[in-house]
Design a binder for this molecule. Sequence first.
Ligand code: ADP
Ligand code: MG
Length: 384
Amino acid sequence: MENLQDLTKKAQAALGKQADVIAASPGRVNLIGEHIDYCDGFVMPFALDRYIVIAAARNGTSQAKFSSAGMPDVVIPLGQPLEVTEPKWGNYVRGVIHGFYQRGLVPPSFDAYVVSSVPGGAGLSSSAALECAVATLLEGLCGITLDKKDKALLSQKAEHDFAHVPCGIMDQFASTFGEKDKLVMIDCRSGEPSMVPFENPDLTVIIANTRVHHELSDGGYALRRKHTEDALALIGKPSWRDVSMADVAANWEKMGTPVQLRARHVVGEISRTQNAATALAAGDYTTLGKLMYESHESLKNDFAVSCVELDHMVEIAQSIGQKGGVIGSRMTGGGFGGSTVTLCESSRAAEIMEKMASEYKQRTGINAEIFSSRPSQGAHLILA
Ligand code: ADP
Ligand code: MG
């Protein structure tokens, strides 16, 4: 896989003329805390060493043109109202430009070329990587620096209003705030990230892309979000952070299925994530691993966002077990396909990845994409 330097060269070459600005922003993987970033919960993602890189040169016209291999070009007349339109990938770009307009910023016209090492639609948030890379590119072109939190929120709003995915704040925060050897622990009620050290070289994070993919915008994600809103309204508390398991039990009949199950996931996952942070800080990897498996079970049974392929991948890792160097495993991201995240001992990582790939192939006939990653630098300008 291309490293950031190779990607940068590739973007510069594909642009076909000397770039004025080059921006990069990473995908992310979430260690634990799933589907609770829109429920005032805690989440613990990190920025992958996989990036979307965009190289741009001013073009002296009145429009911005974005190209990406295998995709139709996106041409945007600047300084005019923006609408949701084809091609679809251009909506992420339009949404971010719209956010700049709302802040009184109109970038100078330019041509841009997008390259990526973030697998798309794999639960690793290539969409947030794209939004945050565009936002960072526009910072460079406008000669300004947005507050990081504002940049993440602007990018999230682009996804809401232009791609119509009602995502929480995790993806854009991870892509923006990511740092080398740090997890981005986000308190989604206060909207404040805090950096959690993840430096132990004996720990490796394996990402396994099942290569099955269901669009998040096709309703499954939005429906889960609605279930959680309905549940909270029925429980009658202002925030999920004020809800206990006893509250869930007391309102169980009133909520009915499936809303009661969604509520149990949210409350359980918030406490699992807090406990995981404590376990990680204490070096208690057995507890951390147990919490990851519990998270997966809850996402599968109560939140119903897993699928057969994700379950296979987690089962395979779990069957390798602690003896084989696996600490814990779970689905990661929105679900309905995509990837799993597996924590393991570094010395065993290569053989674990091989076993996961061959066993998964045997069970499903699919060649998974399996790689390891370390927490890496978030969105930044490479050239400005
Ligand atoms: P995920 O964020 O999990 O990867 P999404 O469905 O949210 O999946 O976002 C994927 C979409 O993001 C793609 O369908 C495409 O519109 C856009 N996208 C991702 N990577 C690129 C790229 N390299 N070039 C153009 N568009 C991209
Ligand atoms: Mg996405």
